[in-house]
Design a protein around this ligand. Structure first.
Ligand code: OAD
Length: 248
């Protein structure tokens, strides 16, 4: 680990423009479970039912059970960990130009990152599909205590988190911006993603094609490891924490 750590440090030091690309693994140490794998939430909740737009609209109660039992208790207590903080610090130092994230937990912003491109939306923002009124996590949690599934207190419409569900398109402007950041960086840092979901997973190969070095920091192997200049099968905060002077 010490050798790889030095290598990551050297790659970051020599880079002029770093883009980070993050997934659920970076938030695992903040207590938010990943999707896939033995400890993933999909072992308990079927994503085809709770996160597919047609099924959600047919039965919002399934999603809101997931929200009540899994999402809300974890999100209301989750705080950024050293890996989120390290990326924010790199941006403040003028090294990192953007965090492109598949995460929907808002922890990069809470850590202080300014430019966060949320490819899959943000589950902390909840809005009414009828009147467009926006609500916070706490407001909706309060609502579902009195009415289940929760509806819009203003118009009675269906509430939905502002997350890209299966069957929905990614926000085009965000994706365009992410492609631009990917093309213009000279170091592309993947942190905590299985790299199997498209179109997000097409960004690391695009970075390589555009001449950037690719570093993958992920606990388990990914299908794109063979493209990378450096691969570390480690915990995100163990690698990124020391970059900002936290002991490893
Ligand atoms: P996954 O659950 O697919 O993968 C998380 C990865 O994080 C795994 O490969 C783990 O090895 C790794 N990991 C776990 N703990 C880690 C740690 N402490 N440090 C470093 N790595 C760790 O999550 P994503 O790749 O983010 O989409 O999944 C991509 C998309 O799939 C999600 O954005 C979600 C889902 O469909 C939507 O919600 C639209």
């Amino acid at each position: 680990m010490a050798v790889e750590q030095t290598e990551v440090q050297a790659l970051v030091d020599s880079a002029e423009r770093v883009a980070a690309f993050t997934g659920a693994g970076i938030s695992a140490e903040s207590g938010i479970p990943t999707y896939r794998g033995d400890d993933g939430v999909w072992n308990k909740y079927d994503p085809a039912k709770y996160a597919e737009i047609g099924n959600f609209l047919a039965d919002p109660a399934y999603y809101w059970s997931f929200f009540r039992e899994v999402r809300y208790p974890v999100l209301r207590n989750a705080r950024p960990n050293p890996a989120h903080l390290a990326l924010a610090r790199l941006e403040q130092q003028g090294k990192l130009s953007a965090v492109i994230t598949q995460n929907i937990d808002g922890l990069h912003q809470e850590a202080g990152s300014e430019k966060v491109l949320e490819l899959h939306g943000n589950t902390r923002r909840i809005s009414c599909l009828g009147c467009g009124m926006g609500y916070s996590l706490d407001q909706v949690h309060h609502r579902l205590e009195e009415k289940f599934p929760p509806d819009c207190p203003a118009c009675g419409g269906v509430l939905k988190p502002e997350v890209v569900f299966f069957g929905e398109s990614l926000p085009m402007e965000v994706l365009d911006d992410a492609v631009e950041e990917t093309r213009s960086c000279d170091l592309f840092l993947v942190v905590g993603s299985s790299l199997v979901v498209q179109p997000a997973a097409s960004l690391p190969p695009l970075a390589v094609e555009s001449g950037a070095r690719l570093v993958i920091i992920n606990r388990d192997p990914t299908p794109l490891d063979r493209l990378a200049h450096l691969v570390l099968h480690e915990k995100a905060s163990d690698v990124l924490g020391p970059l900002i002077g936290l002991p490893d």
